[in-house]
Design a protein around this ligand. Structure first.
Ligand code: ZN
Ligand code: ZN
Length: 221
C-alpha cells in the first residue's frame, strides 16, 4: 500500500515527500529540499529503507538538503538529464537569493519519460513535464487506489509553477498542463509547495487548468 509523509523544509517552504510501500517498507525521497537532519529523522521514525532520492527538478529549494541525505543514507540520486545544467548552476541560484551554495553530489541515474520506478510493490511512472524548468519530471503511481502523483512545481493547489525563472517557458508549460487532463479526477496530487489536492479539484478550480479542461468536449472525457 502507498504510504506518504511530507515535510515542509527550508526558507522556501518546499515539500519533501517520503513515499513508501507499506508491505515492504521500501521508500524513495522526493526533493530533499533542505533540513537534511529533519528528513533523516522522518525516515527513521517511519522505519523505512530508502532506496533513492529523486529530484523532480533542480531549483535550489528542492536540492539543498540532498548532499546531507545522501551522505547519511548512501543512496543513489535520480534526475532527468535536461535538468543537469540547472543542477550544476545551483551555486548561481544561491547567489540570486543571497544564500550559501549547497554542495552538489553526483547523479547516478538519468530518468526519462516512461521510466518505471519501483518502490517495493508500488510502481511509479516518470513523465517529463517541462515549463517550470527544462527537465522537470513528475512520477505517477497510477495503479494505486486512488492514484497518486508527485508533481513538484508543475501544479499547485489553485496555481502552477512560475515560468519566468531561467529555464522556464510559459508556452511549454501550457502543453505540459494538458497532460493532467486525462488523469482520473480522484488522483491525489502532491506538490512541491502547499497542500495536497486532486486532479478533479484542479480541473474545476485551478485558473490555469480549468480553462483547458473546459476545452475538451464532454463526450470525449
Ligand atoms: Zn521550482
Ligand atoms: Zn520549488
Amino acid at each position: 500500500m502507498f504510504r506518504i509523509e511530507s515535510l515542509v523544509v527550508g526558507p522556501f517552504q518546499s515539500n519533501c515527500h517520503i513515499v513508501a510501500c507499506s508491505d515492504t517498507s521500501d521508500a524513495v525521497i522526493f526533493d530533499a529540499g533542505d533540513e537534511a537532519s529533519r528528513i533523516l529523522a522522518a525516515v527513521r521514525r517511519m522505519g523505512v529503507a530508502v532506496k533513492a532520492v529523486i529530484n523532480t527538478h533542480a531549483h535550489i529549494d528542492h536540492v539543498t538538503g540532498l548532499a546531507g541525505v545522501v551522505d547519511a543514507l548512501g543512496v543513489p540520486v535520480f534526475m532527468h538529464r535536461e535538468e543537469a545544467p540547472m543542477y550544476e548552476g545551483v551555486g548561481q541560484q544561491a547567489l540570486m537569493f543571497g544564500l550559501a551554495p549547497p554542495r552538489i553530489v553526483p547523479i547516478h541515474r538519468w530518468l526519462a519519460e516512461g521510466d518505471v520506478i519501483n518502490v517495493g510493490k508500488l510502481r511509479g511512472e516518470v513523465m517529463l513535464m517541462p515549463g517550470h524548468s527544462p527537465g522537470h519530471i513528475i512520477v505517477v503511481f497510477k495503479d494505486e487506489t486512488p492514484p497518486r502523483a508527485i508533481v513538484g512545481d508543475v501544479l499547485f493547489q489553485g496555481s502552477i509553477g512560475r515560468t519566468d525563472l531561467p529555464g522556464g517557458d510559459h508556452e511549454v508549460m501550457m502543453k505540459t498542463l494538458e497532460r493532467f487532463l486525462p488523469m482520473p479526477d480522484a488522483t491525489v496530487v502532491y506538490s512541491g509547495h502547499g497542500p495536497e489536492t486532486t486532479i478533479g479539484e484542479e480541473k474545476r478550480w485551478n485558473p490555469f487548468l480549468a480553462p483547458l479542461a473546459r476545452r475538451v468536449p464532454r463526450s470525449a472525457r
